[in-house]
Ligand binder design. Sequence first.
Ligand code: GCV
Length: 716
Amino acid sequence: MKKVLLLVISLNIVSCLLAEDGYRLWLRYDKVDNTILLQQYRSQINAVIINGSSPTIAVAKNELFAGLQALLDKKVFETKEIKSNTIVIQRKAAGIIDTRIVNYDDLGQEGFAIFTVKGNVKNVIVITANTDIGVLYGVFQFLRLLQTQQNITELNISESPKIKLRILNHWDNLNRSVERGYAGISIWNWHTLPGYIDQRYIDYARANASIGINGTVLTNVNANAQILTKTYLEKMAALANTFRPYGIKVYLTARFSAPVEIGGLKTADPLNEEVKDWWKRKADTIYQFIPDFGGFLVKANSEGQPGPQNYQRTHADGANMLADAVAPHGGIVMWRAFVYSNETPTDRFKQAYDEFKPLDGQFRKNVMVQVKNGPIDFQPREPFHPLFGAIPKTPIVMEFQITMEYLGQGTHLVYEAPLFKECLDADTYTKGKGSTVAKVVDGSLDNNLISGIAGVANIGNERNWTNHPFGQANWYAFGRLAWDHTLSSARIADEWIKQTFSNNKSFVNEVKGIMLASRQIMVNYMTPLGLHHIMGTGHHYGPAPWVSNAGRADWNPVYYHKADSAGIGFDRTVSGSNALSQYSPEVSAQWSNLNNCAEEYLLWFHHVPWKYKMKSGKTLWDELCYKYNAGVDSVRWMQKTWEKMKSLIDEERFKQTKMFLSIQEKDAAWWRNACLLYFQTFSRRPIPSNYEKADHSLEYYKALRFQFAPGNGNSF
Ligand code: GCV
């Protein structure tokens, strides 16, 4: 009896340990479940030859052995001799295999080649690169081939990243709260650093390296000067040391007023000699702690942050002063263009362009301007930011938001690759047809020497990193697109699903279908037809299109939708704010005429009469009702499809996703009901009777409060 009990207890413990808690992300390395392929892989891979011994090669070796042994469920040996069925890791001219067929010039500093050797030996696969980090990226790509069950018989792969700096931006505060974080508190435990290196830091580095991310800004752009003090630099250095073998550089956010706050100076004026000197000395100190420190990210004169304009200086003056401080060490400054002022009566859409366009050509060579994908703020759908292509002498860092501040946050299933791609593929026409945003960002349009892309991280200390199991897909997609923006959303989803859940064909196809549709579904139930910024004040969760009393005019939803008895939408044509004039004439022409403006952008650019005839033949009002209802119906379709997946994956993640989908369904209906009831007070038209009725009154929705919604402000 005792024995049976013990067995039951130990089986329970084992199953707890094996529970799919999501921690392993897309690096699960579970045994290949296709028996024929498993046999093939097993016969093709017996041993590994490792050339090199740097810390990066050491982690590549560990990853390869761990991955192979788990995926193939067999012992793989290290050897020195070339025999059949061996994998060889070697840098250019550093190993025993002739790699002259590889064009190393094409691989650059981070690319890799994976190829099958032709000759007497069978199944010898070489993973090679110019650098150790290239080798590590190659190892991750090889493991991805196995995890996604590809044929590895005749390999001939050659890849290099299109964008040089591929960076995560953490909006993590020193008290471990995360601004716009929906997955728990910060993973950086400042209290136990530098002495305690959490395994999570290492797994974070592995996950990032596996998708090619090579930089991380550790702290919030709403910055705290304390991070520049020695106490914190020691902690940052411990993280930098942990990440270094994985090719990940550390960056920090610089609070512009730091010379006053922690330096005891009377001013932070960027043209003041003492201030310049303070930053130079500060940079020298930082580089003593972190010799390969990447540089600073700065939010200045935006939403209350201090900046050069406090001293009547320009953004260029401020950025250049910091750039001069880090230049001797090879550092860069990423200066954010997210600036808008309540005092300026101009349409908020236009303000960043107005501010930065005249500064083109005035920045130091090591300054990059970081621009959000759209002109307002990470909305479900935005037109691309007019600064893309407009400042050709200044390299731009694209800023996407992986964390879903305005997209349902940590509880909605929204796959963001289509949103990222829509922006990257948009044509700016600044140098004729084909001048895509992607070409501006990767530097090829204007021959920039540096190029960069940043994603505001959705990572927290939740066991599964991102709260919603599908949040991981957005981290993954950001990294993959940063590496190669030509990859399709479908291909990335396919890879992610196979590595994260299963290679089962029907699971992959059904779930891919959900993921690819999810972004448009969310747009439909939140902000269809070009509506934007109508979320709840402060926390931005849920609908609040009625709000008109926020701290400043341009934080109010009514500022953005401008609904009245005549119609709805923001006129940004020549008869309105004329924001369209900031784009190339070809782009402006796409959107400036009400009658041929793409309907997904309609209310971004036009104030449209309620009775306006849409392409479907419906009036604008009826179309709005249709879109909101279609959004809700589609979430129900997502739920039904997910239900069919029950037997195909683990219970834990099946259940989690099911519960989140049920929250999403309720939220979608809430969005629809609240928005339609509110807009109806202007349209004075009936909601067609074939649609589901709202379950509450408008007053009820208006009275809802979310005092402790996560991610809002500095408190937990
Ligand atoms: C870090 C939006 C967010 C803020 C964020 C800001 C920014 O306004 O709501 O939380 O602050 O963007 O990107 O600087």
